[in-house]
Design a protein around this ligand. Structure first.
Ligand SMILES: C[C@H](OP(=O)(O)OC[C@@H](O)[C@@H](O)[C@@H](O)Cn1c2nc(=O)[nH]c(=O)c-2cc2ccc(O)cc21)C(=O)N[C@@H](CCC(=O)N[C@@H](CCC(=O)O)C(=O)O)C(=O)O
Length: 144
């Protein structure tokens, strides 16, 4: 069941621009950050109910994705983390393909496995975790 609602763009200009370029090109431009692949995660605002679009590094394994709430190793979670907890139904666009997924936060062994995949996809994640005492959450997104 696709998400419905009014889209509210990010207040962060470079993020808003990447979403515009990614979606405006049908997922053919603006699909990387520092040469590594990026996906667009659409979540339902847990307070506003609006649709929020968040570029994230692409972490994928056999059709399942991970969403890493790193926020560059900041001490607080990104707010999209709370959106996903409230409404685990999300949309993910990977290049030209946009599908519905259900997200669940992972812990323990499963998180460790996905964390290794995340760091393999984007090594900076390891630096981000080293620079904060906040445990960076990982969601696994399974196709609906
Ligand atoms: C700035 C804030 O964004 P955020 O949700 O905290 O997310 C911060 C960042 O994670 C987000 O900008 C990411 O796209 C940054 N980012 C990555 N962020 C990551 O955490 N991980 C990544 O792998 C990652 C990769 C990446 C690649 C390219 C790129 O351009 C950006 C990338 C924001 O949008 N705030 C809005 C509110 C957004 C929102 O969801 N509001 C909710 C309420 C949320 C609440 O307060 O509970 C609502 O509408 O109800 C505002 O202040 O108006």
């Amino acid at each position: 069941m696709p998400l419905t609602g009014e889209y509210e763009a990010s207040p962060t200009e470079w993020v808003r621009k990447q979403v515009e370029q990614y979606e405006g090109s049908g997922g053919t431009e603006g699909t990387t950050m520092r040469g590594l692949p990026v996906i667009i995660l659409t979540t339902k605002g847990n307070k506003s109910g609006k649709l929020r679009k968040t570029p994230l590094m692409r972490v994928e394994h056999e059709g399942t994705y991970a969403a890493v709430a790193s926020l560059g190793g900041a001490p607080k979670h990104p707010v999209w983390y709370h959106n996903v907890l409230s409404t685990p139904t999300v949309e993910l666009q990977d290049g030209p393909v946009r599908k519905d997924y259900v997200a669940r936060e992972v812990t323990g062994e499963e998180k460790a496995q996905w964390w290794d995949r995340a760091v393999a996809a984007f090594p900076d994640y390891a630096d981000y975790q080293r620079k904060t005492t906040r445990e960076i959450p990982v969601f696994v997104l399974e196709p609906v």
